[in-house]
Design a binder for this molecule. Sequence first.
Ligand code: ATP
Ligand code: MG
Ligand code: MG
Ligand code: MG
Length: 561
Amino acid sequence: MRASNLYAPTLRETPAEAEVISHQLMLRAGMIRKAAGGIYTYLPLAWRVLKKIEDIIREEMDAKGGQELLMPIVQPAEIWKETGRWDVYGDEMFRLKDRHQRDFCLGPTHEEMITTLVRDEVRSYRQLPLLLYQIQNKYRDEIRPRFGLMRGREFIMKDLYSFDRDEEGLNESYNKMYDAYTRVFTRCGLTFRPVEADSGAIGGSGSHEFMVLAESGEAAIVYCTTCDYAANVEKAELKPIHAMEEERLAMEIVETPGRKTIGDVTAFLGISPEKTVKTLAYQTEKGLVLALVRGDHEVNEIKLKNELNCLQLELASEAAVIGALGCEPGFIGPVGVKDITIVADATVMNLFNVVCGANKVDKHYRNVNPGRDFTATKVADIRLIQENDPCPRCGASVKTARGIEVGQVFKLYTKYSNALGATYLDENGQERPIVMGCYGIGVTRTMAAAIEQNHDENGIIWPVPIAPFQVVVIPVNAKEEAQMSLAEEVYTELNKAGVEAILDDRNERPGVKFKDADLIGYPLRVTIGPKALSEGRVEVKVRRTGEIIYFDKANYVSEVQ
Ligand code: ATP
Ligand code: MG
Ligand code: MG
Ligand code: MG
C-alpha cells in the first residue's frame, strides 16, 4: 500500500464531539467517520485492524471446535415472541415492519435465531456438542450511544453459542471459551482481566466478563491481590437476598393505568416470588440507593452514573425495576421506559416497611404480606463492595479498577431451549432439553479498547498483531530519486518477507509524514534520508518507546521481522 493511494483523511484538530481518546484518535487518524449517532463507517485503516482482530478470533474459535456460520440480521418477531423477549427487550431493540405489516427486528443478539435453527435440525445426542459462531453486525438502540465505537448502535460482535447434552458438557464448552477468550485478548496485545459477572452462586460463577483495564472504562471492577477473586463491582458479592420460603398466596398484580412512576415506593426489600430478583445497592453522595432488579439479562443494563450524582438505571425492559429503597416519594420516575433516575434521600433509610410497586409500567402489586412474600433485610448490610473491603473469597483486602467490557461468556443452561423446545434424544431415547451457553466479543469495542490502552500524546500505538500495517517506510524527500528508489526497495523487500509495510510516497514535508505516522500508530517507522543513502544504514524508530535503531542495509529485513 502506498500512502498516496490510502484513503485515510487525517485531521489536525481534535473533533469537539469526541470525549474519549479512542474516539478522538480514530477520527483524527482517518479511521472512522460518523454516519449517525452510534453508527460509523470503518475506513480502510480501521477495517484492516478489525479484520485482524476477527482473524485472531476465528483462529481461536476454530481451535476449540467452533464452526462459523452467518445468520440473518433481520429477524422475525415470532421467535422473539416465543421466548417472551419481544415484549421485555424494550427500546434497545430496533424494530421494523415489512410491506405486509409483519414485525421484524435487527438482531441485537442471536439466541432465538440459533436455538430455533438447532431445534429444527438436532435430534440425537450424537449431534452434540456443537459450537456455532458468527461475526456480524449487531444492532442495539442504546439509550446513550457514545464514546465512538465503544458504545455504538451498530457494532460488530462475534457471538458463539454452545449446545451440550448436560451441565457437564456446558462446563466443558464454557471452559473452552474462557480459555479461547484469554488467548484472543492476549494475542491482541491487551492488558485485561476476566471478572465474575454474577454473584457467583454455589458451584461457581455462571458468567465472566473480560475487562480491558483502562481509566476510561465504564465498568468498575474489584479484585483481590492475594487470591484470584475478581468481579464486576455491580455484580460482586452484594449481601444475599433472603430466599422466600413460602408460596405466594394472596399477592396479585393489579392494573394501575397511567401510573408510570414508582414514587410511592418508600422502602422495599427482599426477593420476588419468582426468586429471580437481585438487589443492587449503591452508595451515592446523597445516600444509599437500593434497587431490586430482575435477575436475568436485564441486570446487565444497570449503570451507576457517578457524574450525575444519582443513580440511573438503563433497563432493558419495563419490568426490570421491582422497587427501590432510599427514595422519597416522587423521586423515582421513568424518564423514558428504560431510563429511570433515582435520587437517593437518606432520611427514609429507616423505613423498613415493605411496599411494592412498579413491577411493570401500569401495574402494581397489592396485598403484599411482608415476611411472607418478601423478607426484610437490614439496609446497612447492603452496599457495593469497595476498595479495601475484605475479599469475599479469602478475606484479604480488595482493590478496585476500571475496565472496558470487551467480551462476556455466559451459561444459559436451558433458558432458551426450554422456551423454544430445543430438545434431543439421549442414549435411552429420552427427550431432554439442550444445555446452552453464549459467548460474545465486541470486535469494534476491542479495537477502541486497544487504543484506550495504547496511545500517547502523539497518537495511537498499535500492538503489532492488530496494527493496520506493521511498518511505515518514509522517504524524507519523495522528490529525490535516490531516496525514493531506496524507499521503494525497502518497501518491496519488507512486503516480500511478509512484513506489512506501507510506503509514504506523498509529496509532503517530512514533518507531516512523521506526524501522521505517529498519529496512525504504525509500530515501526523506517526513515530513508540522505544518511541512509550515504552510510548504507536504515533508521528504524520504534513507535512505543521512541527508540531509534540503525540497521545495516544488508540485513534490515530480518532485523525488522
Ligand atoms: P454493555 O454492558 O457494555 O452494555 P453488554 O453486556 O450489553 O455490554 P453483551 O450482550 O454481553 O454486551 O455483548 C457482548 C459484547 O458485545 C460485549 O462484551 C461488548 O464487548 C460488545 N458490545 C455490547 N454492546 C455494545 C455496543 N453498544 N457497542 C459496541 N460493542 C458492544
Ligand atoms: Mg455488560
Ligand atoms: Mg448493553
Ligand atoms: Mg455483557
